[in-house]
Design a protein around this ligand. Structure first.
Ligand code: HEM
Length: 475
């Protein structure tokens, strides 16, 4: 595969549907067993509540099975061995661009999530230094500053929607770390435009197929154009003045591959939009789910508060405090949160060549997905999978997990490039929240999990702010 930019794809949903059906007809061989008849009910469940449906299918058919959702048949590969196969052993045989990530191209372009092969390897080589440990440590000051600012004015007695609060905060942090933008600067409100563009992916599939200026598609494209104008103007300004800072855009503008080539302006734009997309929703959801579970597990919460006091004694966390080793209880709670609620819960791909897995020969060109959400809830791997038990992730227990069992950040050569950044951000926000307040669930509040585009608490997560040293209630 050459390092040339990938072929453009059609954004016309009907052409894509026709192409899916054409590819399906050309499959050389049969798919593994599974429910492949057309079913509106299954399609509806896949959109609203796929976890029980996929778990049931796993029990019935084993780690690889077929399923038709709407018009398209594909396979699911679940469990540790399947994850390892798709992410590490035979990763090259599974393309990202023409799996489900294709839907992101109209907004993100040809960024890291929608490219493959040599073109992806080159892009990743150029980007890696921007996510080096030292660079992330340098951004931690911004994380503290923005979190303190966001906490300002909040206190006991009020109700705080932890999801929406964290989302706005994560976007501010991302804007500063990625673009060097402070959101209070005048001009286009990048955060609002970006959220507007993203809301397209939260609308029903049927509405998403409509075209025209007043449709969700039209609004997404209008936001995209406004965002693009700001980003391209910023790139031009920096090139003209040689005005580079410490943000990721500056680093990427100056970064070079081994042959001396760097990102063109279009690549810069696509990669930055992809980082913004991949980076803010995932961290937001993780902070929210962590505090949801802590509110339901007072013993775990008490342990975390004790650890905070022992290690930090009330001082603000520096980068060295939030690397993971310094606050092991927080780390285990975070790992357990990502087990139960891996925000990027599905890894959609398309097979390139025919392959064998689980005793089946599967054709090339087949949509194939791994799913961390299901894999993390298999009782044979994680006993009592629904229970929130951070001790599962003690060093000793973690070492016993089979390869591919725990994949909240994917795996292999395409493991999440922002993992360290995201973890440091979550630990920083969580630490500052734990130091300053107690968050309790509103009586009777039942959280529902929404899964598109990433797992998140449906409709937000309203919580009650209490005094930090309020007595810990019984479980
Ligand atoms: C809790 C936080 C995060 C989680 C759980 C998470 C999860 C993931 C997962 C599961 C993948 C692989 C997807 C697949 O195999 O289909 C991935 C890839 C990726 N993530 Fe993250 N992510 C997080 C934070 C971030 C952040 C903060 C950034 C950037 C600032 C980021 C940027 C990316 C990129 C660019 C890729 C694609 C890597 C490649 O193709 O080489 N992520 N992430």
């Amino acid at each position: 595969m050459s390092a040339a930019a990938p072929e453009p794809i059609s954004f016309n949903p009907f052409k894509r549907l026709a192409s899916d059906l054409r590819i399906e007809r050309a499959w050389d061989g049969r798919l593994p067993p599974g429910p492949t008849g057309f079913s509106l009910e299954r399609t509806r469940r896949a959109a609203r509540d796929p976890l029980p449906m996929l778990l049931d299918a796993y029990r019935e058919y084993g780690p690889v099975f077929s399923m038709r959702i709407l018009h398209a048949s594909g396979i699911f590969m679940l469990g540790p061995a399947a994850n390892h196969y798709m992410l590490v052993e035979k990763a090259e045989n599974f393309r990202w661009r023409d799996g489900g990530f294709v839907d992101l191209i109209p907004l993100l372009g040809d960024g890291m999530l929608t490219i493959d092969g040599d073109y992806h390897r080159r892009a990743r080589r150029i980007m890696l230094p921007a996510f080096h440990r030292d660079r992330i440590a340098a951004a931690q000051g911004t994380m503290v500053e923005e979190t303190l600012r966001a906490l300002d004015g909040h206190g006991p007695g009020e109700e705080l929607d932890v999801y929406h609060w964290t989302r706005a905060l994560a976007l501010r942090i991302a804007m500063r770390a990625l673009f060097g933008f402070r959101l209070d600067r005048p001009g286009v409100d990048m955060a609002v435009e970006f959220e507007r563009a993203l809301s397209y992916y939260g609308t029903d599939y049927a509405l998403r197929t409509l075209r025209g200026p007043l449709t969700p598609w039209g609004r997404m494209q209008a936001s995209r154009r406004r965002l693009d104008r700001v980003i391209y103007a910023e790139i031009a300004r920096r090139r003209e003045r040689g005005d580079f800072g410490e943000d990721v855009l500056s680093l990427l503008m100056q970064a070079r591959d081994e042959d001396g080539s760097g990102y063109a302006d279009r690549e810069l734009r696509d990669q930055l939009m992809t980082l913004l997309f991949a980076g803010h929703d995932t961290t937001t959801s993780t902070v929210s789910f962590l505090f949801y579970e802590l509110a339901r597990h007072p013993r775990v919460l008490a342990g975390l508060l004790e650890e905070q006091d022992e290690v930090l004694g009330g001082r603000e966390p520096a980068a060295a405090d939030v690397t993971g080793e310094a606050l092991p209880r927080l780390e285990m709670a975070l790992d357990e949160t990502l087990r139960l609620y891996p925000p990027a819960w599905i890894g959609p791909r398309r097979s390139v060549e025919p392959f064998e897995f689980g005793g089946f020969r599967i054709p090339g060109g087949v949509p194939a997905s791994y799913c961390s959400w299901v894999s993390h809830r298999l009782p044979e791997v994680f006993p009592e999978p629904e229970a929130f038990v951070p001790e599962r992730f003690s060093a000793e227990n973690r070492a016993k997990l089979p390869k591919g069992a725990y994949v909240p950040f994917g795996g292999g050569s395409r493991t999440c490039i922002g993992m360290r950044f995201g973890q440091m951000e979550i630990r920083t926000i969580a630490t500052l929240l734990l130091q300053r307040m107690r968050l309790a669930l509103r009586p009777g509040h039942a959280m529902r999990v929404r899964q598109m585009p990433t797992l998140s608490p449906d409709g937000g997560l309203p919580m009650l702010v209490e005094q930090r040293d309020a007595p810990v209630p019984a479980a």
